[in-house]
Design a protein around this ligand. Structure first.
Ligand code: SF4
Length: 435
């Protein structure tokens, strides 16, 4: 494996940085078109209730299968940042495609009235990507029975004018966040219909707030049904499915197998799920997505057991991480003190069969006048080493789940042991690190 700075990528991101560094934090499309829920997502972080988890997982499987249906010319989960707003388009061919799962099928011509939230999302993506039409696919049903599919094509006049509408809506959300009050924001469409913030009593919504249709879809005509595409997708999703062997459910299990086993068997002590992303991380994510449309996408794994699609930038796997270090670490120090980055990126490269990967490492305590990140290039040769390690770690984890002998699982890097709650019973070599 080699690790070195990547000057051309560093220079490109450094050029984009000032415009994002001094602007308000970027907001997500999903927050801007659904202001009240966006407010609470910022305040308490995203939530997925246990009841909704199977639906979310099914949606993930369908999204992943969509990549196989559309073929290599489609870019998947394309991230794009424009004017302080970040969107993630499910798929991009010559049109942006947004895919939704639902319990009830809806004819394409009725999507505008019955799923305005999903239409608003699609229209926002068209606005960000400067496209004048997009497809909204709705997949109804369960894994037990055949799926129903409708695909509607929406014409989006004046994408750049609509981007201004998005910017205006983003301003409303920013003002509410500054005032620390959602009082000026319209009612949540999901109040009383399974809103996770309401169910967990995290919001102060009463259901009596003013209802408002997002102006992002003003003047958008109803969709035209794209029957041929709906039939093609339906046939593919309802056809014979390959059963994936998924003993590994996340890269976390591959990189920290002993920790993952401890969390699974002794309970996670990580606290509330998915705390809001740090400001630097949000900005770095926006900097990556501020380039040409299609630069930041997910890559489709070739290895059947890969737990997820792989984050990609300019066609290569990318990891975005931040550190609290007081000084900018050199590549040698990163290689020595943070071996987990090489390990995780190596596994991701093995998943897509590409030997090159990139690490964008942010530095939270950088002095104000410095570029607070560096771009590093990893080359993994031979890549087969990581595929072999993947199989060995997956097998060891399976065996440990059966017999409980966790000492066969790779221990974590020393820095993790300093504050690990599973010491000393875990038998970790890092247990001798003073805390
Ligand atoms: S005790 Fe060490 S090996 Fe075990 S989970 Fe903690 S850091 Fe990892």
């Amino acid at each position: 494996m080699t690790l070195a700075p990547l000057p051309s990528a560093q220079a490109e991101l450094a050029r984009r940085w000032p415009a994002i560094a001094h602007a308000p934090l970027p907001l997500r499309v999903t927050d801007v078109i659904d202001l009240r829920r966006g407010f609470w997502r910022w305040q308490v972080g995203s939530r997925v209730s246990a009841a909704r988890l199977p639906t979310v997982e099914r949606g993930t499987r369908l999204h992943r299968a969509l990549g196989g249906i559309l073929g290599p010319s489609a870019a998947l989960e394309v991230q794009i940042h424009r004017d302080g707003i970040v969107g993630q388009i499910d798929a991009l061919t010559d049109v942006p495609i947004e895919l939704k799962t639902t319990s009830q099928s809806v004819p394409a011509e009725e999507l505008l009235d019955r799923r305005p939230d999903a239409v608003a999302q699609l229209v926002a993506y068209c606005a960000l990507a400067d496209r004048s039409r997009g497809w909204l696919g709705l997949v109804a049903g369960t894994d037990a029975g055949p799926l129903e599919v409708s695909v509607g094509e929406f014409r989006v006049e004046g994408p750049s004018d609509r981007r201004q509408v998005l910017v205006h809506e983003a301003g409303r959300l920013r003002r509410a966040l500054t005032a620390n009050s959602p009082a000026s924001l319209p009612a949540c469409r999901w109040f009383g219909r399974g809103c996770e913030f309401q169910q967990e009593r995290l919001c102060d919504c009463t259901g009596g707030e003013v209802e408002e249709r997002t102006p992002v879809i003003a003047g958008v005509p109803p969709a035209r049904s794209v029957e041929a595409i709906a039939t093609e997708w339906k046939r593919a999703w309802n056809g014979p499915r390959t059963t994936e062997s998924t003993s590994i459910s996340s890269f976390h299990e591959l990189v920290y197998p002993r920790l993952a086993y401890m969390e699974a068997t002794r309970g996670s002590t990580e606290g509330p799920p998915r705390a809001p992303m740090s400001g630097l991380r949000r900005r770095l994510s926006a900097v990556l997505a501020a380039g040409p449309v299609g630069e930041v996408t997910k890559l489709l794994p070739q290895a059947v057991q890969a737990p997820d699609l792989i984050d990609g930038w300019q066609g290569e796997p990318v990891l975005l991480r931040t550190t609290h270090s007081f000084t900018r670490p050199t590549p040698e120090e990163i290689g020595r003190s943070a071996p987990q980055h090489a390990l995780e990126l190596g596994f991701r490269c093995a998943a897509v069969g590409v030997p090159n990967g990139r690490l964008v490492l942010g530095w939270e305590r950088a002095p104000g006048n410095e570029i607070p990140f560096q771009v590093l290039h990893y080359r993994f040769e031979p890549l087969g080493t990581f595929s072999r390690m993947w199989r060995e770690r997956a097998r060891a984890l399976e065996e440990t789940r059966r017999d409980g002998r966790f000492d066969r699982l790779a221990a974590c890097p020393a820095w993790r042991a300093r504050s690990c709650p599973y010491q000393p019973g875990c038998g970790c070599p890092g247990s001798r690190v003073s805390r």
